[in-house]
Design a binder for this molecule. Sequence first.
Ligand code: SAM
Length: 294
Amino acid sequence: MRIDVLSLFPEIIENYCQTSILGLALKQNLYQLNTHNPRDYSKDKHHKVDDTPYGGGAGMVLAPQPFLDCLGEVTVMSDNCVTRAPQDPQLQLSKLRSFGTRKPCSRTPQQAPYPETLEIIITSPSGQPLTQELARELSTKKQLVILCGRYEGFDQRIRDKATMEISIGDYVLTGGELAALSIIDATLRHIPGVLGDPQSLEDESFSKLNYLEKLKELQVSKKEMLSFLEETGISREELEELQLLEHPHYTRPADFRGDRVPEVLESGNHKKIFMWRLAEAIKLTRLKRGDLLN
Ligand code: SAM
C-alpha cells in the first residue's frame, strides 16, 4: 500500500510512522509513505496557505490553491492504471510512465475520476466515524491520500475533491495529523505482515466473529453450550456474529500482592479458557458498550 499525506507539519506523520511496529513495517517495505507540504505549493510570495472566510467569522480557512496543486502533484496508482488527481487534466504521460510498468490511465477528468483502489480522505470532525470495519476496508486499497486540516479547516472546494471524509471522534482537534495517524495505524494493522502474530487482529476488540463456529470447533457439549448461553444471556444466533470488546488479560506473576489471576487461566484447558474469555468479553461489552450488542 502507498500512503500520501498532505500536511503543513509532515514531521509529525514521519516521526510516528518511523517508530515501533509501523517503523518496522516501513523498513520492510510493507507500505510506502510520502508526505507533502502544501505550503511548498503556495503561489503566494509569503507561502501563505490560508485566508479569511468569505462571509466573515472567526479563524482562517485553508485556501484551495496550495492544497489542490499539491494533490494534483500526488501521483496516483491503481491496479491497472496510473492516473493523477482530476484537477490536473494536463497530465504528462512520460512522467507517469516513469512511475513503473503500469499502463497510463485512460480516464478523463469528466469520467469517474478516481479508481476504486484509491481513497482521497479529508480528516474532519464532520466525517464518517473511523471504525475497525472502515480500517479493514481501507486496508484493501492500493493507495490512500490523506489531507490534514488546520485552523478552521478546508475551503469546500478542497473537500469536494475527496472520496471520503473521516472523523476520529466527536471532538475537535487543532489539526488533522492525529486523525491521519489514527487512520494510518488502524489500517496498516490489517496488512499481512505488519503485526507479528496475525491472530492478534482476530482476538481484538471490535472484530466481528462467528463464536458459535469456534465453540463447535472446541467440541463444546450440548450441556456446556446451554449453560453458557444461560450464563451470558446470548442466543445461539447472536453468537454467529458478535462484535465484542476484548476480554481481560493477565501476565506473570500469578499472584501480585495477593491479587490472583483467575484460576481457569492457569488450567491449561483451552476450551474452558476460551469460554471464560468469551463470557468475560460479553459481560464487559454489555457493561461498557451495550450498543455493540443491539
Ligand atoms: N472548524 C472545524 C469544525 O468545526 O468542524 C474544525 C477545524 S479543526 C480546528 C482543524 C482540522 O483538524 C480539521 O480541518 C481536521 O483536519 C482536523 N480535525 C479536528 N478534529 C477532528 C476530528 N475529530 N476528526 C478528524 N479530524 C479532525
